[in-house]
Design a protein around this ligand. Structure first.
Ligand code: NAD
Length: 275
């Protein structure tokens, strides 16, 4: 058990990648705390962890709300006395109809010989689309990290793992400039904070996943149609889409004491899409 009795907060832990991380952490002996917006999904994973003998707490939390994050961290400290591990995983994609359409048009642009022209994605993006993405996918990481560091700095121990994306380190997701900017921000934030706290027993690292089978990704695949789906698979050298467990295995390592010399690293688990 690599995480025995560690108190681990996982944001967005009710679904997809976060859910896999929560289950893996519980299996490694951690006391798992899930912060998410979906009560129904949180209750399902809480039952799953409890039934297999693990310890779990769920708190309905919007990571984009500073006060909400503060209240939830307070509730965790009240129950467990501390926080050892934080996984900043909660996030949204452009998963509305327009976002999926843009993803398809971008895939066509990079995988077919159609005449090239601007996709006109940035020039038509609304203020709201931009701001909502940055607020959840980037500012939420700051709010939760700040709350965690206040606890970790005093005890000189902590592990923070930020879930970015290949969109934050390459142009592969050029259908979503707001998402790329948020995830690129998470990459830079990871490096800056890791450096700041490096001498205090706290490590901050980042995982930049490639395509992973979570509910919103599956929804995108469904909407793509057979031809685009097979072209998407062709740009993954490993020949398959990633599984949430591919990311969870890495998240276990980065949270464990085996990773005490990993400082500010961006580890991209992506099947070779971006090398
Ligand atoms: P998902 O939708 O399955 O899970 C995201 C979870 O975050 C959901 O449970 C959702 O309720 C929660 N959430 C959303 N907004 C929230 C908020 N404001 N406050 C609290 N919780 C909130 O998606 P996923 O694919 O598992 O994504 C998890 C993370 O991995 C995201 O940060 C995503 O950007 C990143 N990622 C995913 C992929 C992929 O292909 N699936 C690739 C690269 C990076």
């Amino acid at each position: 058990m690599k995480l025995r009795d560690r108190v681990a907060i996982i944001t967005g832990g009710a679904s997809g990648i976060g859910r896999a991380i929560a289950l893996s952490y519980a299996a490694e002996g951690a006391k798992v705390v899930i912060l998410d917006l979906s009560d129904k999904a949180m209750s399902a994973i809480a039952d799953e962890i409890s039934e297999s003998g693990g310890e779990v707490m769920t708190l309905r939390t919007d990571v984009a709300s500073s006060s909400n994050v503060g209240e939830s961290f307070g509730a965790v400290v009240e129950r467990y006395g501390t926080v050892d591990i934080l996984v900043n995983n909660a996030g949204i994609f452009r998963s509305d109809e327009r976002g999926f359409a843009d993803r398809g048009r971008h895939l066509d642009m990079i995988t077919t010989t159609q005449p090239k022209t601007s996709l006109r994605i940035t020039s038509t993006m609304s203020d709201e689309e931009w701001e909502q993405m940055i607020k959840i996918d980037l500012t939420g990481v700051f709010y939760c990290s700040r709350a965690a560091l206040k606890i970790m700095e005093d005890k000189k121990y902590g592990r923070i793992i930020n879930i970015a994306s290949i969109a934050g380190i390459s142009a592969i997701a050029s259908h979503a400039p707001n998402y790329s900017a948020a995830k690129g921000g998470v990459v830079a934030f990871t490096k800056s904070v890791a450096h700041e706290v490096a001498g205090s027993g706290i490590t901050v690292n980042c995982i930049a996943p490639g395509y992973v089978t979570s509910p919103p990704f599956e929804q995108g695949l469904q909407m793509m149609g057979e031809d685009r789906r097979s072209r998407l698979l062709q740009i993954i050298p490993a020949g398959r889409v990633g599984e949430p467990d591919d990311i969870a295995h890495l998240a276990v390592y980065l949270a464990s004491d085996l990773a005490s010399y990993m400082v500010g690293q961006i580890v991209s688990c992506n099947g070779g899409v971006v090398i």
